[in-house]
Design a binder for this molecule. Structure first.
Ligand code: NAI
Length: 693
């Protein structure tokens, strides 16, 4: 890398520099020797209110770091006053960064004249006014650099932003003309279309994106474009750089870029390098959850709406018999917002659509666990207008065994045409030509999306914030596709898997339409071999939200007799529970001291052991009430018990060998107790005696 790019002696005016992108520009220019006018009206992101604090704080920060800065609090509508601050304080103006901006998002039909006028005044008229006031100085001194701030919304359009996108694209034309007029006087005018996590985008992007897209990634490009050595261009920013790195790569990049039309910056070969994309491995991420998350998830996809139905309560209450995890919980494990970090792939996150989802259950999903996600890019297909990105992830347990495998099919509009393979265009999982074998109708809750976002961790404001929904083209926030997916999969689980997750092998769906919370989902199902083909309709609007979908069910679920024999076969060949050895030991104790123990304890224990070999569950009843010496039997209780203790196989063994303290296990949620607590505490004595053997 060559000498650093300095701005000593230069005077830079940055509008809207009190926060967001503008602040990073001001700090960077100041750190490289420029005197900076920090302009900011101190207004809200919709243009309400005004104040001097935002600009003052940035000036203070620059001065503290040894830089030179002056504040200006005028609106950009008053360009003369802003440029006057530069002249009064520093005697000249060399660089103008037109950055100030606000939003007045509303659908065109509801847009008021004031919404249009204000966006015009701040963005287009503001950039005109400030540039107009600086222009004569630049011409006279034979040097000037001007930046206009456009937006992807201007280039592609965006629902609810007719005013904003019109002004943002107008700035492109404005800049091109000024670039032509300024050329002979060494005035360069560039336009950028940034993407950054700021307060302006905080309502649009999920928190992970806000975190990932730092405004500091944009400022080096702005600095470079304003340096003495810079040619004119149109640029789109989305990754971390330094001004020097841009300069050093400029020659290479500019072979394609200098005269590129605006749209080319976000579509075409320079955005997609399949050789880097396909096979890219994401950093390993950790998933940690307890029964609480498992139950919250179940509730968020409608389970146990009837809380007295044991078939559903078992997904939503930890002490219920056969407490289990709904298979589709596995879809919440990977986090694919990290697709933005894939090298060789540049795109606007607003252009991303979740097209299809595949989930395969390889091992029973534990009721609490620490798992790791191992994700990679499986395919990248060129669909003409867009690209189809297929990302997959194996979620593994602590032994390194895959618990679930996910594949997400993500369609990215606007970046196709890079010359790649078109990929499959299959129309799989079509319903057969007969009436459905089963139909399941269920109304979603009015606040379903608010619950699902907490349960799944998908905090996209599209599902919560009415103004965001309006920007996305919807009357109100929509339900997560994966929530309707959960509802429909539950219907298949109920009708074709005996509500037993062990019978649910995998599921594939296509998301065809949105669902509004509160609408009724009608899942139509057809059994075809070991597949249950299904589709899901929104009753109120008659539109299918899920199509081309199927669940593979285990053959055990296909017929009840097969199910019984399969279970018997599994039981006979199943590896032993650790609890079994412990209880054999306990029966030896009863042989020698049973009478005394029964007298002392006088109660019946039911141990419900979870997480046995291959995740299996089993019950044992330790009857220390029925004389003379008590009994230990395998299987669910056939008579009333005093207390039920639910715990994992390992915990059971540790508890009885004295390695796990019962009280601590209870507090940590490893041991659940239902029934007579007094009887449960008597267990301590039993454990002590048993340990002596
Ligand atoms: P921001 O809301 O964080 O910062 C904008 C600043 O402009 C605020 O400090 C505000 O007080 C100031 N401001 C608003 N109206 C003003 C006026 N009339 N006069 C002077 N100052 C005024 O927003 P952010 O994200 O930093 O946006 C900066 C520019 O980048 C805007 O023009 C925006 O439209 C554009 N942009 C941002 C994108 C992003 O991803 N953040 C995407 C595309 C464009």
């Amino acid at each position: 890398m060559g000498d650093s790019l300095r701005f000593d002696g230069k005077v830079v005016v940055v509008t809207g520099a009190g926060g967001g992108l503008g602040k990073t520009y001001a700090l960077l220019f100041a750190s490289r020797g420029a005197s900076v006018v920090v302009n900011d009206l101190g207004t809200s992101h919709t243009g309400e209110g005004a104040g001097s604090k935002a600009a003052d704080l940035v000036v203070e920060e620059i001065k503290k770091a040894g830089g030179k800065a002056a504040a200006n609090y005028d609106s950009v509508e008053n360009g003369e006053a802003i440029i006057k601050t530069a002249i009064d304080n520093f005697g000249r103006v060399d660089i103008v960064i037109n950055n100030a901006g606000i939003l007045r998002d509303v659908s065109f039909v509801k847009m008021k004249q004031a919404d249009w006028d204000l966006i015009y005044k701040v963005h287009l008229h503001g950039a005109y006014s400030v540039t107009k006031a600086a222009w004569p100085y630049m011409r006279d001194q034979g040097f000037g650099r001007v930046i206009m701030t456009s937006s992807a919304a201007g280039l592609y359009g965006n629902f609810g932003q007719a005013n904003y996108s019109a002004m943002k694209l107008a700035l492109v034309g404005f800049a091109k003309t000024l670039a032509a007029e300024g050329k002979s006087r060494n005035i360069h005018v560039n336009t950028i279309a940034p993407v950054a996590g700021t307060r302006m985008t905080a309502t649009v992007m999920p928190p992970e994106l806000i975190e990932a897209l730092k405004p500091e990634f944009v400022s080096p490009l702005v600095a470079f474009l304003c340096h003495e050595s810079t040619p004119g261009n149109f640029y789109d920013v989305s990754k971390g750089l330094t001004p020097e790195a841009i300069r050093d790569n400029w020659a290479k990049d500019s072979k394609q870029a200098p005269s590129a039309p605006a749209a080319k910056a976000a579509g075409g070969n320079e955005n997609v390098d399949p050789s880097q994309v396909v096979g890219f491995e994401f950093p390993v991420t950790k998933v940690q959850y307890t029964e609480k998350e498992v139950m919250l998830y179940a509730l968020s996809i409608g389970a146990a709406k009837n809380p007295t139905d044991p078939a559903e309560l078992k997904f939503a209450y930890e002490n219920s018999d056969g407490f289990s995890v709904l298979p589709t919980f596995g879809v919440t494990f990977p986090n694919f917002s990290n697709v933005l970090s894939i090298p060789g792939l540049k795109f606007n996150p607003m252009m991303l659509l979740h097209g299809e989802q595949y989930l395969e259950i390889r091992k029973p999903i534990p009721v609490n666990a620490t798992l790791t996600n191992h994700g990679r890019v499986k395919h990248l297909y060129d669909k003409g207008k867009g690209a189809l990105l297929v990302v997959e992830a194996d979620t593994k347990d602590e032994k390194g065994e895959v618990v679930v495998h996910n594949e997400s099919y993500l369609f990215i509009r606007g970046i196709g045409g890079f010359g790649g393979e078109r990929g499959p265009s299959g129309n799989e999982n079509q319903p057969p030509n007969r009436a459905p074998d089963a139909v399941h109708k269920e109304k979603t809750r009015d606040n379903e999306a608010l619950v699902y976002r907490l349960a799944s961790g998908d905090m996209n404001p599209l599902h919560a914030d009415p103004s965001m929904a309006a920007m996305g083209g919807f009357d109100r926030p929509i339900l997560h596709g994966l929530c309707s997916f959960g509802y429909a999969s539950r219907a298949v689980l109920k009708h074709f898997c005996d509500n037993d997750p062990a019978n649910f092998k995998d599921v594939k769906v296509r998301f065809s339409k949105h669902v509004f919370p509160g609408e009724t989902l009608v899942t139509e199902m057809w059994k075809e071999g070991d597949k249950v083909i299904f589709q899901c309709k929104v009753e109120e609007r008659g539109e299918y939200c899920i199509t081309n979908a199927a669940v593979t069910v285990s053959s055990a679920a296909s017929s009840s007799s097969a199910s019984a024999s399969a279970a018997a076969a599994a039981a006979s060949s199943a590896p032993a529970f650790k609890a079994e050895a412990v209880l054999n030991n306990l029966s030896k104790l009863l042989d020698v001291a049973g009478e005394a123990v029964v007298k002392k304890v006088n109660g019946i224990y039911h141990f419900h052991i979870t997480d046995g070999p291959n995740g299996a569950k089993e019950s044992w009843v330790v009857d220390l009430k029925t004389g003379p010496k008590g009994t230990i039997t395998r299987g669910a209780p056939t008579k009333p018990v005093g207390v039920t203790l639910t715990l994992g196989d390992d915990s059971f063994q540790q508890l009885f060998s004295g390695k796990l303290n019962a009280q601590q296990a209870f507090m940590q949620g490893k041991l659940k107790i239902k029934g007579d607590m007094g009887l449960a505490t008597k267990l301590g004595e039993l454990i002590k005696q048993q340990a002596k053997l």
